[in-house]
Design a protein around this ligand. Sequence first.
Ligand SMILES: Nc1nc2c(ncn2[C@@H]2O[C@H](COP(=O)(O)OP(=O)(O)OP(=O)(O)O)[C@@H](O)[C@H]2O)c(=O)[nH]1
Ligand SMILES: [Mg+2]
Length: 234
Amino acid sequence: MHQTFDAALEINLLHANQAGADHNRAHFDTWGISCLNLMSSPGAGKTQLLERTLAVLQSEFSIAVIEGDMTTELDADRLRQYGVPVIAINTGRSCHLDSKMVAGGIHRLAHDYNPTEFDLVLVENVGNLVCPAEFEVGEHAKVALLSITEGEDKPLKYPVMFQQADCLLITKMDLAPHLEVEIDRIVSNVRQMNPHCAIIPVSAKTGEGLEAWYAWVRDRIQQTQQLQRSLAAV
Ligand SMILES: Nc1nc2c(ncn2[C@@H]2O[C@H](COP(=O)(O)OP(=O)(O)OP(=O)(O)O)[C@@H](O)[C@H]2O)c(=O)[nH]1
Ligand SMILES: [Mg+2]
């Protein structure tokens, strides 16, 4: 009985969240903004990757960040040093961002800036390998990060994140010589879950693989801008 009630509640919750995510995406589409949702377990390297990404891509694109953390603005402050707008969202007891929280962030951004001037909104989700994958926030693509210190088995044990990802970044590749990790096994475990996502091994420390990541981001931005042009034409 309880189980039926819980399942119904979860379906309603996810349904309401999806409607909110669609609404957020419609805003992004109208404004010609590409939105990427970065997700991983705590400490896989989301903020460090964003620091490198902002340093390089902000000369090409106008970028804003929505930074989700349960508490503190520590990550938001790291990213503010790059001179881009960073909207911090503290989720309190919640282990993921949801579409309503991100709608609040979008409205703050639109209040303080002209949203049509942005090309890219990067969302850093709360560090968690499970729940963020279930709650869309209006992103155009999901980017999952898995650091090589976490173990090759994680794609099999936490499948939803890896099934949903459009791009998987295998992070901290500079540590490979110090670990007994088989990168091929990470890749084949991801492929069991998701035959199509881009898989890019990177190190935010040495810069390995980052050109491929930037190329992937540029491609996503181009796709959104093409969509906006075709929406404007009808
Ligand atoms: N060796 C190495 N360390 C890294 C790399 N990327 C991040 N780190 C380190 O990993 C730790 C966590 O990095 P963050 O970027 O804060 O990770 P995060 O995913 O944003 O963490 P949360 O926001 O707490 O979930 C820090 O000590 C980073 O310096 C990398 O490519 N190589
Ligand atoms: Mg972080």
